[in-house]
Design a protein around this ligand. Structure first.
Ligand code: GLN
Length: 278
């Protein structure tokens, strides 16, 4: 099969299972043919060998089954870098860049301590480490396999020397010695009964689902973070589109101040942050 025909053929095969079939087909082809996506068209007339076709077919079948393209090709772009992705970590979403930008927009001194709870692939911590070389960043995850992926990503993106990785269930293994200027998290926040979970069957449940209608981890983090924040410190959380009111209530009950919610690219409430009184 010619490469130019393969692009069309595989795009059509996954058009029912993917919202971006042309891109996904090209990503699979570029992965198997070890070619950059931009170079596929330059090699239009390349004849794809039968063994490569076999490999491509297997990956296309996984996409037809609804597996996210990031797991199939093992990577995902986030911020201005590419992360290695595997079944232990959530695929980083574009909305999470709102959370990163919100942290970067905070008026802060040069040298600060930052804690990320539940780093997964390392997306948030690595983006912050890249943007703010002076920051002292700690990142946790409950899952050792996720931490291994995050560490690999930090090493690949040369952010490893700046990020300290700790295995921890929320704050359980965080020392009280250092207080943080910023705590940030994109914790699990999906209601166990949410029908969206069907579409997320390939992603780790541990990273997605939270009891109490998806609010348990958010509430725990809000209640515990205040003991790890410096006076004037800020907690920033990603949350579900319908969880803004609960977030404001939790923050108020826990004694935080200046609570603010930001919207994502679709105009949905997605990030709420609040300060500890100084
Ligand atoms: N934003 C993700 C989704 O809805 C969920 C991420 C999370 O639970 N932290 O697919």
């Amino acid at each position: 099969m010619l490469l130019q025909d393969a692009i069309v053929h595989y795009k059509n095969k996954i058009s029912d299972s993917s919202s971006t079939p042309a891109l996904d087909a090209k990503l699979v082809l570029s992965c198997v043919l070890a070619m950059r996506v931009e170079d596929l068209y330059l090699n239009n007339k390349l004849v794809i060998s039968p063994d490569k076709i076999d490999e491509i077919e297997k990956l296309i079948l996984r996409r037809q089954d609804g597996e996210p393209i990031a797991y199939i090709i093992g990577k995902k772009d986030f911020w201005d870098f590419t992360l290695a992705i595997d079944e232990n970590v959530l695929v980083p979403r574009p909305e999470t860049e709102i959370l990163v930008q919100a942290v970067l927009d905070m008026p802060l001194p040069l040298n600060i301590n930052v804690l990320e709870i539940g780093t997964g692939s390392g997306a948030i911590a690595i983006a912050l480490a890249k943007e703010r070389k002076e920051w002292n960043i700690t990142a946790t995850d409950i899952c050792q396999n996720a931490l291994s992926t995050a560490m690999l990503n930090a090493e690949n993106i040369s952010a490893d020397k700046k990020i300290k990785f700790i295995r921890s269930d929320l704050f359980a293994n965080i020392s009280h010695e250092t207080k943080f200027n910023i705590i940030v998290s994109n914790p699990p926040y999906i209601d166990p009964n949410d029908h969206h979970l069907l579409a997320l069957k390939h992603e780790p449940k541990l990273a997605l689902i939270s009891p109490l209608k998806g609010l348990y981890h958010l509430r725990e983090i809000i209640n515990k973070a205040k003991f790890f924040l410096q006076p004037g410190g800020v907690l920033l959380l990603e949350h579900g589109y319908d969880q803004k009111q609960a977030m404001h209530d939790f923050f108020l009950d826990a004694g935080y101040t200046s609570i603010k919610t930001l919207q994502d690219y679709s105009g949905l409430d997605r990030v709420t942050f609040a300060f500890i009184k100084s």
